[in-house]
Design a protein. Sequence first.
Lengths: 352, 481, 200
Amino acid sequence: MLDSISSLWFGLPDYARSTAWILLITVSIIICVALLTLWERKVIGWMQLRRGPNRVRIFGLLPGLGQPFADVIKLLMKEVVVPANANKFLFRIAPIIALVPAFATWAVIPLSPELVVADIDAGLLYVLALTSMGVYGIILAGWSANSKYAFLGAMRSAAQIVAYEIAMGFALVGVLMAAGSLNLGKIVLQQQGGPLAWNWFWLFPLFVVYFISGVAETNRAPFDVAEGESEIVAGFHVEYSGIAFAIFFLAEYANMILISALTSVMFLGGWLSPFEGYPIIGDTFLAKPSFFWLGLKIFVFLFLFLWFRATFPRYRYDQIMRLGWKALIPVTLVWIAVEGLMAHFRIGPWSS
Amino acid sequence: MASETTLTWATVAPAIAEIYLAIAVCVLLLVDVFYGEKRRGLTPTLTLAALALGALLTAQFGAVTERVTLFNGMFVADELGHFLKLAGFVFVGFALLYSRTYLEQREILKGEYYVLALTALLGIFVMVSAASLLTMYIGVELLALSVYAMVAFDRDSGIAAESAMKYFVLGSIASGALLYGMSIVYGVTGTLSLDELAGQLRGELSAGVILGLVFIVVAVAFKLGAVPFHMWLPDVYHGAPTSVTLFIGTAPKIAYFALALRLLAEGLQGAVAEWSQMLAALAVLTLVVGNVVAIVQSNLKRMLAYSTISNVGFIVLGFVAGTPEGYSAALYYTLVYVLMSLGTFGVILLASRKGFEADELDHYKGLHARDPMLAFVMMVLMFSTAGIPPFVGFWAKLRIIQELWATSHPWLILIAIVMSVVGAFYYLRVVKLMYFDPPGELPATERNTGARVALGLNAAAVVLLGLLPGPLLDLCARLLH
Amino acid sequence: MLVQILFYLFGAFLVASALGVIVARNPVHSALALVLCFVTSAAIWLLLEAEFLAVVLVLVYVGAVMVLFLFVVMMLDIDLAELRSGFTRYAWLGWITAGVVIVEIVGVVTARNLGVDVTRGTVPLPEDYSNTAELGNVLYTRFAYPFELAAMLLLVAIIAAIALTMRRRPGLKVQDVAKQVAVRREERVRIVKMDPEKRP
């Protein structure tokens, strides 16, 4: 049985296998998003001493597990209202533009030592290029809806994303200096040698800056002025309803997972095991690099996203801009200079 | 693969002017950020000191005895470049010296103005030393971008903003044409290096090179201000703050001379027959339009803009000759012209006061009675620009005409002479206004000793070089032998 | 074969979107067409195996420049009718120019391909060739001088932009973060001890 499946699998042409992987990854991300929304409500509920969703069950299991699926079905049934005087074409296409980069970026992310859909040399640049395109969905949604609140939200978001993208890019410059390659697989391989050899240790300021910028890029709390319920209702997607709204929702959560995955790959050794080279564990599953470790690291960062949301009050708009331009960017610039010194004196990642 | 060259002092010394200037710009920028607000005169003074130091360093270390290329053939250092860079330091220094009071009175005496002037000078140097299409283009942009910003510098002035906008839009089109022409030439020949280009373009030229050449000539004509690509010039000269007009009218002309020389006379020397025809047509139009339209101007800055156009016609004529002697005549003309317009705009700056721009011709009525020194300097400059012996302007025109005679262009000589006579009319009208008209109710002129001494030196140079034209003429001939 | 089909497909999109930039009535649509234009040219570069340039084009122009462009265009309140009012007056000039350019292009294309040897194909590059690394190598060695100059050019652009737009207005109530952080409790809070009830 297994043999026949594997022979069938390897008998397939390349493009068919890639397509299969793409489908598999996309579907998994969508399911992860569904579970993440539930997890978010649960975690925040616990932090606020509530229970969170606990009614809808699937097959009588785990109270609340059916909640995200119930929500999706509800949103699917609702009417998508297109406002009068809206630009209908852009209004409809905007959610899709927001969603596509969040999925397409997964093509270059090394999921396990063997598995990466497209192993391209300029992988890091590809990631940067695609993540920077996600903002179009938001801008177009805000503009095409012909609504003041939506437009304000879109403008805030555009300025914020462009500002934090610079810090993000500079943080990644540090990573590629350490790795000497733009290929994500090589970036992971360069971090071999236990947790202290991972990039977070030598590039700690960049690691912090990258993750903060990542939170800002996804418009999550405490950087969620683009939605800012108290001032502009719901920001750029205020006019969206039904499944169109659900797609924005999907894009936002898919982006969260993506940022977590990228942070793990760039700074926490991706699929590398933290117990590499410990004699006690020997050659067991724990010591081997695998997708399990990447998944675990992604989960940790996703939890941080939720923790931030439950803990921090929202930044004011000018404070966001100040943090981005006057704190994060200078930090990255200084650390890149420090890295230059480290490379010169052969410290850390450059010691070999 | 790139050649392995280690950077040592000996290999970069000929580029000392550029390296020094880039560092000076950064230092001045930082000094201005931290101390500019507290001590207002600091940046202008430091800039002048930096220019003086730069000139000294360049004179001391930047000299080369023969033509050398640096940075993998991107940079050429020769005696001509060395001399033009020294001239650039001096001209920019004088320009900034004249403008200080003017800027102060209009509350635009800011550090950025001086920094931009230095980056413009850097652009000039890059163009002067460009040995590849790539560096030439970057030099053009570096100069242009700095100058656009300087034109718009007085933000309360609507007319300055308008002229900056026009300059920027038209200048971008010209840059686009230059880049387009360069990329066509590169696509056809496969080389960016001007030396290799000169080696490759021999005999019958392909259609692609000619097409690229057309675009390059258009861009050069635009930058110089030759008709019919001159439209930006009067508006920019008129609209920009006078200190900026002074700046635009002086040092960048050296760079545009270098642009024409390096691109056309050196890189595309194989196409000399083609481009000298194009330039001849441009030169005729330029001379006629420049001189005739200048007559009807009532605004002095606008009149001088058209005067610039007509002088550009002469410089272009030097290139039409298509011989090293012709280029040396064009170089001589350029230097002399820059010297004269430096003084002319300096006079306008000193005649202006706070809230009063001395830019109308009527503002010069009876200047002699109010300020004999300014009037005298202006008279010398006007005589010289008109080409009246024994001032230096005469020799410049004579040299061009000699070279046209040597390469047998009788019709061009005729047009040049007729148009010089037409031009003399509006230059002499300024003299007549200053000396023979009664003075009106006008504010007194500016008494800035430093600027006046500099202006005196400037006028003395015009007279002296006119009485003793030999050394500079010989120098120009030697630089382009 | 597939490459050719893709080339013509992207080429068609490129031309169509470039046309869209100039014919669109709404400036926002123009800007969006320009975005499409950049993306399709990036795709064409990919077909030429210039993946680094393609990605950087998307990263810089689509991801940053055009976002800011859209940002500004959306904020502008442009009266389209007024903008177009004088447009047809100069149409004849445009047509003449277009005619001249078309004649020129036809002339050039028919003139034996500009003298370039077009039959010479490009040499396929080895499998492990990375044009990212290769570009990095020449950029910092052979082209170091123009690279540094380009950096100066960008510095000038920054200086110019700031010098022309930054204006310190008097009376602006800007918060000084350093001061806010440095504040101490004693300066802001005064604890008053008082009895909960009035003493009899």
